[in-house]
Design a protein around this ligand. Structure first.
Ligand code: NDP
Length: 471
């Protein structure tokens, strides 16, 4: 079986500690052996990043942009190769909004930051003085990526960091390290040594990285629980943080919406990557006047979609990525059933090889149920009936999770009125999860700190420096 390697200071190296096997979640077949770094290797990766950073930051902007455009070219020419790794390791199919889509997004999220500049801002000027705000790189970025969009989220962390002159040490999730290590092996080959490094292993290795005295910024996507640990760890090294934590996005369908017209958009808003996406619609509030029509329209869309091994033609829905997530989904659906909720479709694991759990629509469910209140992060959508729009807004805002939300309506001004009252980092109207590399994205309340993407995302990878000039 193939053993995968780390990249430290531009060289491929094996992990010092025992490697671990990665299996395909659709078949349980072994795929390869993932490396585990010793703590000495984490130190070596951080040291390489620290040593490479001043020269990388000193390059002209145009040169760093050229490097990132070469990275985009490597991603483009390896799209199919890396997409196959994503499908086999993570589970999302090659087709539909799956692994080819993830790779195309990797290219876009590389080209766009490569095209952006952070010009000096004159923040004050009069006859006596001129004050300029310059943006400086922070130093070494520790990037901790999750398993749901493993390559894309790594790119979200790596590319803006490099664009503004930081260097990076990346730890992929222990559930999905192989494709990410392959991607880094390919892109690090067109970068100077030490600029992009990888380490491998579990949360212990991640914890050591985020506490490291030479790491000045953490880019993290994952659970709220781990995010809180990272905040505690940053008390030691004062690392700046961008934390993209869990979501439990509400979608509100207003009276007068047309269920048949919005069902497909809502379906993918809830079920892209089998719901294993931080900004998926996880709670659907539907007005009583169109409740059953909406439930049936979603059921009709669900029945058209084929689930299976994502390497096969025609498959648009894959397995759940791992057993932890599979068990969590199963438990929350059983809890809903035991409290009398109606299973419209799905509701029971498929069995056999693979973590297959069908699209599950759960109707007639009470707002306080665990399936509604907890982030289930899977292919399940609880559909809650409401009478008053104000009540739906209050329920949507009642949770600590506040990453995204959406409003679905045929009345643009009413949709805007509701959107303005929702507590979430992004509120989409008549779409859900529609992220874009130019548009800032991040959670509020319990869903995180800071934003990624666009100019705001780039700024978050810099420290401001004021240069104040007497006239
Ligand atoms: P975690 O937060 O544990 O994992 C995310 C990343 O953090 C992984 O790379 C993980 O490494 C790493 N990590 C774990 N512990 C530490 C630590 N102490 N210090 C630094 N890094 C650490 O999430 P899980 O994968 O366990 O998933 C749990 C839940 O989190 C999911 O059910 C879902 O609700 C949510 N989640 C949200 C995501 C999002 O996009 N916002 C993405 C993934 C999960 P390793 O995997 O090697 O332990």
């Amino acid at each position: 079986m193939q053993s995968f390697q780390l990249i430290i200071d531009g060289k491929s190296v094996a992990g010092d500690e025992a490697s671990f096997e990665i299996r395909n979640p659709a078949t349980f077949e072994p795929l390869g052996l993932a490396p585990t770094s010793s703590l000495a290797q984490v130190n070596a990766a951080v040291a390489a990043a620290k040593a490479a950073q001043p020269a990388w930051a000193a390059l002209p902007d145009a040169t760093r942009k050229d490097y990132l455009n070469k990275v985009a070219d490597v991603l483009t020419s390896n799209t199919e190769y890396l997409a196959k790794w994503i499908t086999q390791e993570q589970g999302k199919p090659l087709a539909g909004p799956g692994s080819m889509f993830e790779m195309q997004a990797c290219v876009g999220w590389t080209q766009v930051p490569a095209s952006l500049d952070l010009p000096v801002e004159v923040v004050f000027e009069d006859d006596t003085r001129r004050d300029e705000l310059h943006r400086k790189p922070i130093g070494v970025v520790g990037a901790i990526a999750p398993w749901n969009w493993p390559l894309l989220i790594a790119i979200w962390q790596i590319v803006p960091s490099l664009r503004v002159g930081n260097t990076v040490v990346l730890k992929p999730s222990e559930y999905t390290p192989l494709g990410t290590l392959e991607m880094v092996r390919l892109i690090a080959a067109v970068l100077p040594p030490g600029v992009l490094n990888t380490i491998g292993g579990d949360g212990k290795v991640g914890d050591f990285l985020v506490r490291h005295k030479d790491v000045q910024k953490i880019m993290f996507t994952g659970s709220t629980r781990t995010g809180k640990r990272i905040i505690e760890a940053s008390a030691n090294n004062l690392a700046r943080l961008t934390l993209e934590l869990g979501g439990n996005d509400a979608a509100i369908v207003l009276p007068g919406a047309k269920p048949a017209e919005i069902a497909e958009g809502l379906f993918w808003g809830a079920f892209i990557n089998m719901g294993q996406t931080c900004a998926c619609a996880k709670r659907l509030y539907v007005h009583e006047s169109i409740y059953e029509e909406m439930v049936q329209a979603l059921k009709a869309v669900a029945e058209k979609m084929t689930m299976g091994d994502g390497m096969q033609d025609g498959v648009v829905l894959g397995p759940i990525q791992n057993k932890m997530q599979f068990d969590k989904v199963s438990e929350l659906v059983e809890d809903a059933k035991s409290h009398g909720a109606r299973i419209v479709t799905g509701g029971k694991a498929v069995g056999g090889n693979g973590y297959f759990y069908p699209i599950t629509l759960v109707a007639d469910i009470a707002d306080g149920s665990r399936l509604v209140a907890e982030e289930q992060f899977g292919p399940v959508l609880p559909i809650i009936k409401y009478r008053d729009v104000a009540d739906a807004i209050a329920k949507a805002n009642a949770l600590d999770a506040a990453l995204g939300a959406s409003v679905w309506s045929s009345d643009a001004s009413e949709a805007m009125r509701v959107a303005q009252q929702l507590e979430a980092g992004t509120v989409w109207i008549n779409q859900h999860g529609a992220i874009h590399p130019m548009v800032p994205f991040g959670g509020i309340k319990g869903s995180g700190q800071g934003v990624e993407f666009g100019m705001e995302g780039l700024k978050a990878l810099t420290v401001p420096q004021v240069i104040s000039i007497k006239k």
